[in-house]
Ligand binder design. Structure first.
Ligand SMILES: Cc1cc2nc3c(=O)[nH]c(=O)nc-3n(C[C@H](O)[C@H](O)[C@H](O)COP(=O)(O)OP(=O)(O)OC[C@H]3O[C@@H](n4cnc5c(N)ncnc54)[C@H](O)[C@@H]3O)c2cc1C
Ligand code: SF4
Length: 446
């Protein structure tokens, strides 16, 4: 990674455009047909397959791998999409190392799982390249459903409802759909504008009208949606961010990691995106890793992720942690921020070491300061403003097993709802399951 710009502070063009382009190339490039068949041949097509149980959307994994092995990748795609309409994105972003591939019998026997994620991508890419939408709508039920948020949960819900014959209107706060698929997922996982292509392809079912720049709470209200539609699904994710609550947090170049990532995902030329020379990221989840890795790939010289607990407690998977380290990001654990330094602009961040004593995290007296000209906060997201009639538990909208909220006629799913793992695939599963329950409620079907 040759450095071309060593200026202090936030600066664009730290690397040559060709280096930036290479750095942000596809993390798991697609298989060609031959590679896919070879990878599929490693599957034992297990009865009671553990990989299938581990998939939050319960995709019939042995079936779709067999379909690839027999040269029918379009049928494989249909098997996947029957359960998970965003199977293309999930193939790119699922932490398979902690889901289906972790429990694959070949992982357990040989330490090398069948590459289920890449096979899923091969199948869905093959079908989507044909430009056809593989599902058709049932006869109209005459029912209408409002969906709030065009992220994975909202889109999965809208698609399933449209397929079942309902008319769906999606109210999206932003000017563009896809949710975090478009604004959050690391750029090297979703290349070539895949989130928008997948969204356009999904809308091929028909019966879904997306209205952009229509935030719930401003342009529309829950009461209004309840009176205008037969049912409402809330899939607005987590739009607020947690604060460090330290003096100096309002300094220039101290920003939320999610804002940096959103800006990066919308940049037309990554080589022009400004980044610090010495970057510190605070947090231990996927957002911290993605901010740190992408800052490094843009050309930041030193990137350090600092997490307050031990490495084993990080929410980011081992694969993500290893990726960060391979890309040259330093990881410091058991340290918590206690000061943001600099008269005027940011010059560093001071941390105190921590220790877990009797199950409690204790801040020790010993401190150290990391020089920094850019600080990203990645210490978690929270619900934005929501209608006060909704019941909340542990910071999320309370839902039952069918994704019903406490308000009659209102369902919720994805990151904004209780339960779940804050993963794309979980949001898809919850959106789909809510749609099935809405359908049963509206039509009396079981
Ligand atoms: C930086 C980052 C990286 C991630 N990386 C991964 C990954 O690699 N793999 C993975 O599986 N998961 C990842 N996740 C988690 C994953 O993106 C989320 O779990 C998933 O997007 C949740 O889907 P959702 O539909 O519930 O919410 P979102 O994707 O947040 O979508 C919510 C939608 O609702 C809209 N909205 C919000 N408020 C309103 C309102 N008031 N009115 C109308 N619309 C509204 C938003 O604009 C958005 O379009 C990552 C998350 C982040 C933050
Ligand atoms: S566990 Fe592994 S080998 Fe068995 S069906 Fe799933 S992918 Fe194939």
């Amino acid at each position: 990674m040759p450095q071309t710009n060593r200026e202090n502070g936030i600066s664009p063009a730290r690397l040559a455009p060709a280096d930036v382009q290479a750095n942000f190339s596809d993390l798991h490039p697609a298989y060609d047909e031959h590679e896919a068949r070879v990878a599929a041949d490693r599957c034992y097509f297990c009865h009671d397959a553990p990989c299938m149980t581990a998939c939050p959307t319960s995709i019939d994994i042995p079936l779709f791998i067999r379909q690839i092995a027999t040269g029918t990748s379009e049928a494989a795609a249909k098997t996947i999409l029957d359960q998970n309409i965003l199977g293309g994105m999930c193939a790119r972003v699922c932490p398979t190392e902690t889901l289906c591939e972790e429990v694959c019998v070949r992982e357990i026997a040989e330490g090398k799982p069948v590459e289920i994620g890449r096979l899923q991508r091969h199948a869905t890419d093959t079908l989507m390249a044909q430009g056809k939408h593989p599902f058709t709508r049932a006869a109209s039920t005459g029912k209408t459903v409002a969906v709030v948020g065009a992220g994975p949960a909202g889109l999965a819900c809208a698609h399933r409802l449209a397929m079942l014959g309902h008319d769906v209107v999606v109210f999206e706060a932003r000017a563009k759909g896809g949710g975090l698929n478009e604004f959050g997922i690391a750029a090297y996982k979703s290349t070539n504008d895949f989130a928008q292509k997948e969204l356009d392809w999904l809308l091929g079912i028909g019966g879904i009208d997306i209205r952009y720049d229509q935030p719930l709470g401003k342009s529309v209200t829950l009461d209004g949606l309840q009176s205008d539609f037969d049912a409402v699904f809330l899939g607005m994710g987590l739009t607020a961010v947690n604060a460090l609550r330290l003096d100096g947090e309002d300094k220039e170049n101290v920003t939320d990691a999610v804002d940096f990532i959103a800006e990066l995902r919308q940049a037309s030329d990554l080589s022009k995106l400004p980044v610090g020379r010495r970057v510190v990221v605070i947090g231990g989840g996927m957002t911290a890793i993605d901010a740190g890795v992408q800052a490094k790939l843009l050309g930041a010289e030193d990137v350090t992720i600092v997490y307050r607990r031990g490495q084993e407690a990080m929410a980011a998977s081992k694969f993500e942690q290893d990726l960060a380290q391979q890309k040259g990001v330093t990881l410091i654990c058991n340290a918590t921020p206690v000061g943001i330094e600099g008269n005027g602009s940011l010059t560093g961040v001071t941390f105190a070491y921590t220790e877990t004593q009797n199950g409690k995290l204790v801040t020790l007296d010993e401190t150290f300061t990391l020089p920094a000209d850019q600080l990203f906060k990645a210490i978690g997201q929270a619900l934005g403003d929501i209608p006060d009639t909704l019941k909340i538990e542990s910071g999320k909208i309370t839902v039952d097993a069918a994704q019903k909220t406490n308000v009659a006629g209102v369902w919720a799913g994805g990151d904004c709802a209780s339960g779940g793992d804050d993963l794309t695939v979980t949001a898809v599963a919850e959106g789909r399951d809510a749609a099935m329950d809405i359908h049963a409620t509206l039509t009396g079907a079981s």
